[in-house]
Design a protein around this ligand. Structure first.
Ligand code: SF4
Length: 407
């Protein structure tokens, strides 16, 4: 039955699939989660450790900075060390200014990377721009690697911007300055892709991105790109910011675009708190895809927000502990029990919604609220299975969850 309201996600926009070291981006493939290290790539130990942590957390591609000879020289070693750890994670090299030179001088780096990311705004300057761009594309053809043409608002092609501003003025300024800037971003990506194809890079070796820091600008720019090309699109809000602001801004913009069927791979760029965990951006990307129903990564833990009927923080602590345990055990569980990620666990704070929500879950517990009998009924597959009592309710329920998964 069709709905009177058009709330359903739009079908995925048709895009040309790109193979990035065995991970398919675009076409009918699920939206890929990726992230980027913030270590000095020349520091092999630190970079291997961070790539491994990001990959373990669920990053299917990991980008690393390749900014000078020392980092280019480190890339093959990083790749070898990861393979020895059993991690065949495709590495993406992030190049600015001298990518053409680094790739030419370090063939082992050019070979070890699964994709090259270049920025048309700083691939070269003035008369050298096209030549250096062509040199990188020739390397990609020689090593049979895909390229992401990644335009960034902060390093926009100034020549193109000036030309489009002048044209707009000559036409009586029908566009605002913001609209001309958006158009420049889109054209920069499309013209570079056209040039890459003219140089011989096949269409299934090109991914586009156009990152800006404003939510409305990002939505507009990607909608324009999606309408004007069939290249696979990498989504990301640049300089999203720290903490909740970064998470909210990225989720709002990427969520709206994906609801429209736009986007083949996502990166959530979060500024880590000092000493913060880099893998958080992977977690947020996975959770965004999961809550929108596009992919399933870990079992859903449904927990009520708690209120004045909650006797203690036991249930909040339990919900958090269960979520953390599940996340930590997922790589093992997923391998042993395919499909375990579709599981639903409920941890509820009182009798009001506790039993109802728990019955809808695969396994759920309704903890006692204020004034209720100190007993916690556990529901398994929709049926009340037992009642837990005493000070060890949390530990016992955790064992029941693990047991349920094992079974
Ligand atoms: Fe409050 Fe109970 Fe609802 Fe949780 S289930 S929010 S404790 S009324």
């Amino acid at each position: 039955m069709s709905s009177a309201f058009d709330f359903e996600p739009k079908p995925r926009r048709a895009s040309v699939a790109v193979d990035v070291g065995g991970v398919i981006v675009g076409g009918a493939a699920p939206v890929v989660v990726q992230s980027m290290t913030n270590t000095d790539t020349a520091d092999i130990d630190a970079t291997v450790a961070q790539v491994a942590a990001l990959h373990r957390a669920g990053s299917e591609l990991v980008r690393i900075t390749v900014d000078r000879d020392e980092s280019a020289a480190a890339v093959p070693n990083i790749r070898d060390r990861l393979l020895r750890l059993g991690m065949d994670v495709p590495l993406v090299g992030d190049f600015h200014y001298i990518g053409h030179k680094l790739l030419a001088d370090h063939p082992a780096c050019a070979e070890a990377l699964a994709k090259y990311r270049i920025n048309p705004g700083n691939v070269g300057f003035k008369d050298k721009k096209d030549k250096q761009f062509a040199e990188i594309i020739e390397m990609a053809i020689r090593y049979d690697k895909p390229v992401r043409i990644g335009v960034n608002w902060g390093s926009l092609d100034q020549e193109l911007l000036t030309r489009l501003m002048d044209e707009n003025q000559a036409n009586g300024s029908p566009l605002t300055a913001q609209e001309v800037t958006r158009e420049t971003i889109v054209q920069s990506a499309l013209l570079s892709a056209e040039l890459a194809e003219e140089l011989g890079l096949p269409r299934n070796r090109i991914i586009l991105s156009a990152k800006v820091s404003g939510v409305q600008d990002l939505i507009a720019v990607y909608a324009m790109l999606a309408a004007r090309s069939d290249h696979a699109l990498h989504l990301g809000l640049t300089e999203a910011g720290m903490g909740t602001k970064g998470i909210v801004a990225s989720s709002a913009s990427l969520g709206i675009l994906m609801q429209q069927g736009i986007g083949d791979t996502i990166r959530i760029s979060l500024t880590p708190e000092p000493g913060g965990d880099r893998t958080r951006e992977v977690q947020v990307a996975q959770e965004l895809l999961q809550v929108m129903g596009f992919r399933q990564f870990i079992p859903v833990v449904a927990a009520c927000p708690g209120c004045g009927r909650t006797t203690s923080t036991v249930f909040q602590e339990l919900a958090q502990k269960i979520q953390e345990d599940i996340r930590a055990s997922m790589p093992v569980w997923r391998e042993k029990y395919p499909g375990v990620e579709a599981l639903k666990v409920a941890v509820m704070g009182c009798i009001v919604n506790g039993p109802g929500e728990s019955k809808h879950a695969d396994i759920g517990i309704s903890l006692p609220g204020t004034g209720e009998t100190p007993a916690a009924p556990v529901f398994i597959d929709g049926q009340k299975a037992m009642t837990l009592r005493g000070p060890k309710i949390a530990e016992e329920f955790q064992l029941l969850v693990a047991d349920y998964i094992e079974k």
